[in-house]
Design a protein around this ligand. Structure first.
Ligand code: C2E
Ligand code: CA
Ligand code: CA
Length: 768
């Protein structure tokens, strides 16, 4: 309840923080927008100030030229000229004086008709010069505008002044280069022009008559039309319309506009008076006009961005920490505290996620188990076992690739989710793990190596989608005792394995009744004594008779299962009793008889009553000493030499012989020879498969036989199938052979027939 409340209150907190966060952002945006508007307004005012100033400068300049023209008119008034030509000459001479030196040309009016002073002929008044005509008619002094003269083809500023009491002229007009008149000079070129992207001077109709500023970013040319230029750059008709209005009304104004996606300020101002207005158009980047303020804005913006980033981090942190807490709550059951690694439960969940996230990949579930875990823990303690497991964990985690995972299942067992694009690559990876485990040396008991066993379920088998079930199937593959491994001690899950499973079920269901109904039958495989050329003894091998099919099942089919379920103990005792009964009866009937070897499994040998039972049964059946040999497999020995030595000694005292079976396949073959006083050594069939194939293998076989002989042990070679093998063994000094070459395992009656036929008088056959 407390947890739910805690989660709920955290949710509310996060919701509130998010809300505050959103509200703050909205406020900041509103404030910033307001502030930007205000800044635009400020920039507009600044531009307006500039344009007012500049218009003033221009007016001053125009007035200077007007004054000069007035001076010229006064001078002409005082001159008494005789005729029209003299007047014309006088005006031309005047303009040659230094103070009028920049006059381009001059003209004068008489009765509304204009005359040129250079040609003295009538000059046709044009549209451009209508203001000149108007002023002249009115007899007023004034700026007559900027016009392009047709005769000289130059743009000029025209200034008009009346001539009084002169019969040849009513007014004069002086034409000055427009650049001289409207160019801002020296200190007049202030911030207005310097900070502008362009400042254009235009005539009333919009013709650009001068580019005033120091620079022009837009490449405007003289005579361009300013309306066209603005329409092109601004692309907002309402702005250009407003502008035209302002110009026509001869007003001052500024507009914020967007040029090249950036806020600019457009300013308009006029000079020259009502009759012949000229216009100044200035274009500024807004930020150039409010530099200081803009940096404030950037600071605010920067702060806002930092704030936003911090808030985002804050929110992310909240969610992440929440998830982590959630995960931590889960991990209580997800981590094996001892090894500090994921449990099976966690593994199952994570694997399910990885599998569904990587639909294109094929995975395998691999169960890897440390062999003899229980035994090692029992004998070497928890700390020692934990060190091994931590080493296994280390090599496993190091081997994992992206999107793979693992978990610890307990009892020395790990489970892995591995990519399985091809089987061989997977095998290699597992074998590398096995190799690394094998090489682990830190304080291992002498001669012992970690052995890994396991099972693999491949996703491509398509039996189930449930990771838990996949693990079960991998385990089943691992535990498929009576099946060959696929590589090392590993098995893949397969359909075949399923058949095995049902066979196992059959075996487990029927083993007890089979025992009761005497369906387990003992076969005897005769052994041949090489130097004496006669039967030596035999080995009792169990078969399971199936009356339904009238067939015998070989121990390979059921022994591993019996070893796992403990039934082997009952079966071993049963076989042993059968053998004892046979010997007893054989003696009673005076039949030919040779010593018999009986297999004793590791589990049977480890039973508390093992010695008592085997000794008492021998006694019960009156078996003479040395007639029974017990065969122990090497694996029984390596785990506990001392225990086995005691057992062997006790057996010797009670008239048993002891043999070490399957020699050459185990772990510490040579140690066992030194440690335990065995009577016989049975070389594994492995030597027959490999012993003849090369010089080196021959040497090994030879030296094993030599050592055994030196230790006074009888040497028996199993699995001899050919006369060549026999000859080789004879040469190497092997005493006895067992194998198909001499005889297969035979049913009791067949065996008796066999030895009776091979019996030689010299043989020691039964007790007398
Ligand atoms: P093992 O003790 O090594 O027995 C020898 C096995 O080799 C027997 O297999 C035998 O039939 C087989 N064999 C003998 N000569 C040849 C040969 O020339 N070529 C080949 N390829 N094989 C040969 P089997 O009877 O199938 O027994 C298998 C194993 O089952 C035995 O191996 C033994 O470990 C176990 N076993 C048999 N009976 C008993 C029993 O009563 N108790 C216990 N604990 N184990 C038994
Ligand atoms: Ca054997
Ligand atoms: Ca054997």
């Amino acid at each position: 309840m407390k947890k739910v409340w805690k989660n709920w209150s955290r949710d509310v907190l996060i919701a509130m923080i998010s809300l505050v966060f959103v509200a703050m952002i909205v406020c900041c945006v509103i404030m910033l927008t307001g502030y930007t508007d205000e800044l635009h307004e400020q920039a507009g005012t600044k531009a307006l100030l500039f344009i007012t100033d500049t218009s003033g400068y221009l007016d001053d300049s125009l007035n200077t030229y007007l004054y000069k023209t007035g001076l010229a008119a006064e001078k002409l008034n005082t001159l008494e000229t005789e005729n029209f030509f003299e007047f014309s000459q006088a005006l031309r001479d005047l303009t040659l004086e230094e103070r009028f030196s920049n006059v381009c040309f001059s003209r004068f009016f008489k009765d509304g008709v204009e005359f040129d002073t250079t040609t003295n002929v009538e000059y046709p008044t044009s549209d451009e010069s209508s203001t000149v005509v108007r002023l002249s008619n009115r007899g007023e002094i004034g700026f007559a505008g900027i016009l392009t003269d047709r005769k000289y083809n130059i743009t000029v500023a025209a200034f008009c002044a009346p001539i009084k009491d002169c019969e040849f002229a009513d007014s004069i007009v002086l034409y000055y280069p427009v650049g001289d008149v409207v160019t801002l000079a020296g200190n007049q070129k202030t911030d207005y022009t310097e900070s502008a992207r362009t400042v254009l001077l235009c005539a009333a109709d919009g013709e650009v008559v001068n580019v005033v500023g120091d620079s022009d970013d837009f490449g405007v040319q003289l005579h361009d039309n300013v309306y066209q230029f603005l329409a092109r750059e601004i692309n907002d008709k309402s702005v250009t319309d407003n502008l035209r209005d302002t110009i026509l009304k001869n007003e001052l104004a500024t507009y914020p506009v967007l040029i090249e996606n950036e806020t600019h300020i457009l300013s308009v101002g006029s000079a020259g008076g009502k009759d012949a207005p000229i216009f100044l158009i200035g274009i500024y980047r807004a930020i150039d006009l409010y530099n200081a303020e803009y940096s404030t804005v950037s600071t605010i913006l920067g702060a806002l961005i930092i704030f936003v980033v911090l808030m985002i981090f804050f929110v992310i942190y909240f969610f992440v920490s929440r998830r982590r807490t959630a995960r931590m709550l889960l991990t209580i059951g997800d981590i094996d505290s001892d090894l500090d690694c994921p449990t099976q439960k966690h593994f199952e969940r994570e694997s399910a996620t990885l599998i569904s996230r990587n639909r294109g990949s094929i995975f395998s579930i691999v169960v890897i188990e440390m062999n003899h875990y229980d035994y090692i823990r029992e004998h070497y303690g928890d700390e020692f076992t934990k060190r091994i497991l931590l080493y296994l964990k280390l090599i496993i985690t190091n081997s994992l690739k992206l999107d793979e995972t693992y978990g610890y299942m307990g009892s020395g067992r790990f489970v892995l989710l591995l990519h399985d694009r091809d089987r061989d690559a997977l095998k290699d990876r597992i074998q590398i793990l096995c190799g690394l485990a094998h090489n682990y040396r830190a304080d291992m008991p002498q001669g012992y190596h970690i052995e890994l066993v396991g099972g693999i379920y491949e996703e491509r088998q398509n039996v189930t989608n449930d990771v838990g079930k996949m693990i079960d199937l991998a385990l089943e593959a691992k535990n498929a005792l009576n099946m060959e491994t696929d590589f090392g001690s590993f098995r893949f899950f397969s359909e075949h394995l399923k058949e095995r499973r049902s066979l196992n079920e059959y075996i487990e269901m029927n083993m007890n009744s089979a025992l009761e109904n005497k369906h387990f039958r003992v076969f005897y495989q005769p052994k041949y004594n090489i130097p004496n050329d006669r039967p030596d003894s035999c080995e009792a091998l169990v078969r399971w008779y199936n009356p339904e099919w009238d067939e015998y099942m070989r121990p390979g089919e059921f022994m591993p299962l019996f070893e796992a379920n403990g039934f082997i103990v009952k079966l071993d005792k049963y076989v042993y009793e059968q053998v004892c009964t046979y010997i007893e009866e054989s003696v009673l009937h005076g039949e030919v008889l040779y010593p018999v070897s009986v297999n004793v499994s590791r589990i049977t040998a480890l039973q508390k009553d093992f010695l008592d039972y085997y000794i008492s049964v021998k006694k019960k059946h009156n078996i003479a000493d040395r007639f029974i040999t017990l065969e122990f497999t090497e694996s029984a020995a390596y785990e506990n030499y001392e225990g086995l030595r005691d057992t062997v000694n006790a057996l010797h005292q009670n008239g048993f012989k002891c043999s070490i079976d399957d020699f050459g396949t185990g772990y510490s073959s040579y140690n066992i020879l030194k440690e335990i006083p065995m009577d016989e050594i049975k070389l594994d069939r492995f030597f027959m498969l490999q012993g003849l194939s090369g010089e080196r293998d021959m040497k090994i076989l030879e030296s094993v036989i030599k050592i055994a002989r030196e230790l006074n042990m009888k040497v028996v070679q199993e699995g001899v199938e050919t006369p060549e093998q026999l000859e080789l063994l004879r040469r190497l000094g092997c005493h006895v052979i067992q194998g198909y070459y001499y005889s297969k395992p035979l049913a009791q009656s067949d065996y008796v027939t066999f030895i009776t036929e091979h019996f030689k008088n010299s043989d020691f056959v039964n007790r007398h």
